[in-house]
Write a protein that binds this ligand. Structure first.
Ligand SMILES: Nc1ncnc2c1ncn2[C@@H]1O[C@H](COP(=O)(O)OP(=O)(O)OP(=O)(O)O)[C@@H](O)[C@H]1O
Ligand SMILES: O=C(O)c1ccc[n+]([C@@H]2O[C@H](COP(=O)([O-])O)[C@@H](O)[C@H]2O)c1
Length: 210
C-alpha cells in the first residue's frame, strides 16, 4: 500500500507554508507522497471576490511543489466533487491500493464542525492536524475537537497511522510557520495576473491527477 497524505486547500496562492508543513508531515507520518487538492471552490468561501481562477491557483501549487514528493492536483474538478466527504469517498474507491490520511492546519480544525458530514469525514480516514500560529487555542477548544478528542492518538505513534481504524486524530507540531495566503494576497493582490505564474507547464502526466 502506498501512503498518501491529502492536503485540501484553496491555494490562493500556494505559499512556502504549504510546502514546509507538507514536507514536515511527510517525514512525521512516513508518507510516500502528499497530494495537494486544489479546490475548485471551498463550499464555505463561495462568492469570495478575491478567489483567483483554478488554473492560476493550480499553477502556483505546481511551482511550490517542485522537486518535492508533492503532487499538486485539481482532482476535485476532475471528479466533480466539492465537498470533502465526497472527495475522500471517491479517492478511496479510485485508489484502493493507497492508504490515505487527511492533513489540515489548526485553522481548519477550528471550523471543521461547519463542514458537511464532518464526523463522517473522520470515519473515512485518519486526520493529522498541524499546529498553526494563532489558531491552536481555537482548534483545541472548538466543537469538532470536543468530539474528536476521544479518538486522539499520541504524536509519538504518528508513523503507525495506517494501523489505526478511524476516527483517529493526531496533532503534529512543527516549527511554527506564520505564512498565509491572505498575507500574500495583501502584498500582491494581482499575483495571478503574472503570465508566467498562471501558465506554468504541468509536470505530471496522470490525467486524473492533473
Ligand atoms: N502556515 C501554515 N501552518 C499550518 N497550516 C497551514 C499553513 N498555511 C496553510 N495551512 C493549511 O493548509 C491548508 C490549505 O490552506 P489554504 O490554501 O487555505 O491557505 P491559507 O494560507 O490558510 O489561506 P487563506 O489565508 O486565504 O485562508 C489548510 O489546511 C491550512 O490550514
Ligand atoms: O466539505 C466541506 O464542507 C468543506 C468546507 C470547508 C472547507 N473544505 C475543504 O477544506 C480544505 C481547505 O480549504 P481552504 O479554503 O481553507 O484552503 C479544502 O479542501 C476545502 O474543500 C470542505
Amino acid at each position: 500500500m502506498t501512503r498518501i497524505g491529502l492536503l485540501g486547500g484553496s491555494f490562493n496562492p500556494a505559499h512556502r507554508g504549504h510546502r514546509r508543513i507538507t514536507l514536515a508531515a511527510v517525514r512525521a507520518l512516513g508518507l510516500d507522497e502528499a497530494w495537494w487538492l486544489v479546490s475548485p471552490g471551498n463550499p464555505l468561501k463561495a462568492g469570495a471576490s478575491d478567489m483567483a481562477p483554478l488554473a492560476a491557483r493550480l499553477g502556483s501549487a505546481r511551482r511550490m511543489a517542485r522537486h518535492a514528493p508533492i503532487r499538486a492536483t485539481a482532482i476535485e474538478a476532475k471528479l466533480g466533487t466539492r465537498y470533502t466527504i465526497d472527495t475522500l469517498r471517491a479517492l478511496k474507491r479510485r485508489y484502493p491500493a493507497n492508504d490515505f490520511i487527511w492533513l489540515m492546519g489548526a485553522d481548519n480544525l477550528a471550523g471543521f464542525h461547519r463542514w458537511r458530514a464532518w464526523r463522517a469525514i473522520a470515519r473515512e480516514m485518519p486526520i493529522a492536524v498541524i499546529a498553526r500560529p494563532g489558531y491552536d487555542g481555537a482548534a483545541l477548544a472548538g466543537p469538532a475537537m470536543a468530539w474528536l478528542r476521544r479518538f486522539r492518538r499520541p504524536t509519538s505513534h504518528a508513523k503507525h497511522w495506517t494501523e489505526w481504524s478511524p476516527p483517529a486524530l493526531v496533532l503534529l507540531r512543527f516549527r511554527p510557520d506564520p505564512t498565509s495566503a491572505t498575507a500574500v494576497r495583501a502584498a500582491s493582490p494581482n499575483w495571478h495576473l503574472t503570465p508566467t505564474r498562471a501558465l506554468s507547464p504541468a509536470r505530471h502526466t496522470n490525467p486524473i491527477l492533473e
